[in-house]
Design a binder for this molecule. Structure first.
Ligand code: HSE
Length: 424
């Protein structure tokens, strides 16, 4: 018995998958329990330059004909519509599917999982979340004996790199983004990364797995990092925090909250030390307590590592029979509303440095039932102005919004930035 593999896409990740399937074939086949054979690679352009290990005889533009020859289809095309069509075709033709496509799963996951179940085949997607970091397996299988209460992750390497460079070098967002683009590191269109959509798709996938509720990307409350300034970072640092783009999923009293926000992470928290383009995920589970996963969330070879672990798992199932863990849905998803979301907040304001201003500002918080935990006055006061930074105890988002409104309407202070503060 030989397991026939079709590869859809030969970009950065696809090319590395082809290389490792060739170079490590003996080891991967031994783990799968049968020889693994790459039977074709579908690409958009047959003439494009390719890495030297890509066997040109395997290239085709006829994805559907290739799919029909395969036991396992690896989808690494990117985008949503074409991969969706091809994955559905693969499942209908009886192949198991391996994909790294987070946007597709966060949008159309249920349609894909339902068809896979109907067809008695499997869908694997370790590479869709945090690249090489085996967090999908951890949530779906390693923690199957536990109850996950919260997941917090740095799930986007590009934004972590940008924030890290801003923090360590004091640079502005636009400057760092441009350097990252010139290095070919950030995408020419950085929207999905910097506006938080990529992290949102990943946390939607993890939340669905952890809480057994369907979570669509539109259920995630998302805020990106474009507005973060070097001054925000300096003010956060002065208070003992690092700003990170944190994706959070938590479940409490049957309600789920899934969000992506630039967040002040206390310097003592494990996510605070994650530098460069690395990803990290902290999982809180009732019995296990805190777990942490760390590694490369992007890049050809690291992501190929995750893809190939899925290929081996899918192939082994073909050999010995049985199914991969299925999607488990335990009832309707009920979400915490944006107004009811609770967090500590960090509010930077500019005020006139004169008698009574602090008392007036504090009164606005009290009127909206928001409790202050600390106030800091910036020593760099200029022109009779001071920067007052207020940190609150945990408060409802709606109460914070009401506080900010009343401060601005009464011109008590100019509110410069409002950011969430994470727990220790
Ligand atoms: N662009 C993503 C990142 C990797 O920067 O982490 C793919 O999801």
């Amino acid at each position: 018995m030989t397991i026939k593999i079709a590869l859809l896409g030969a970009g950065t990740v696809g090319s590395q998958v082809a290389r490792l399937l060739k170079e490590e074939n003996e080891l991967l086949s031994a783990r799968a329990g049968a020889p693994l054979e790459l039977v074709g690679i579908s690409v958009a352009n047959l003439e494009a330059e390719r890495d030297p290990w890509i066997d040109r005889d395997l290239l085709t533009t006829d994805s559907k004909a290739l799919i029909e020859k395969a036991d396992i289809v690896i989808e690494l095309i990117g985008g949503v519509d074409l991969p969706r069509e091809l994955i559905l075709h693969a499942l209908r033709s009886g192949a198991s599917v391996v994909t790294g496509n987070k946007a597709l799963l966060a949008e159309h996951g249920p349609e894909i999982y339902d068809l896979a179940k109907e067809q008695n085949v499997d869908v694997y997607y370790e590479a869709a979340v945090a690249g090489a970091v085996p967090v999908v397996y951890a949530v779906r299988e390693s923690l199957a004996g536990d109850t996950v209460t919260e997941i917090q992750g740095i799930l986007n390497g590009t934004t972590n790199y940008i924030l890290d460079e801003m923090t360590t070098k004091g640079l502005a967002f636009d400057e760092v983004l441009k350097v990252a683009q010139d290095l070919g590191f950030a995408e020419a269109d950085p929207t999905a990364d910097v506006d938080g959509h990529d992290a949102a798709a990943k946390i939607a996938i993890l939340a669905s797995l952890a809480f057994h509720k369907r979570v669509h990307i539109n259920d995630v409350q998302v805020e990106g990092i474009r507005s973060i300034t070097a001054n925000d970072i300096a003010a956060a640092r002065a208070g003992g925090y690092v700003i990170k783009l944190v994706a959070t999923a938590r479940q409490e009293a049957g309600k789920i909250e899934v969000r992506v926000n630039p967040t002040l992470v206390p310097q003592s928290h494990p996510l605070a030390s994650i530098g460069g383009s690395f990803n990290a995920i902290v999982i809180e589970a009732e019995a296990a307590d805190r777990l942490m996963f760390y590694g490369r969330g992007a890049g050809g070879a690291p992501t190929a590592s995750a893809v190939l672990s899925d290929v081996v798992a899918a192939a082994a199932k073909r050999v010995v029979g049985g199914r991969a863990p299925q999607e488990i849905v335990l009832g309707e998803s009920e979400f915490v509303s944006a107004d009811d979301s609770r967090s500590k907040y960090f509010i930077r304001t500019k005020v006139k440095d004169q008698v009574g201003v602090l008392a007036d500002l504090a009164a606005k918080f009290a009127q909206s039932d928001v409790s202050i935990s600390s106030v800091r006055q910036d020593e760099r006061a200029e022109d009779g102005e001071a920067e007052l930074t207020v940190t609150t105890h945990t408060a409802r988002a709606a109460d914070i919004a009401a506080t900010i409104d009343s401060i601005q309407q009464a011109k008590t202070a100019q509110v410069v930035r409002v950011l969430r503060v994470g727990d220790e």
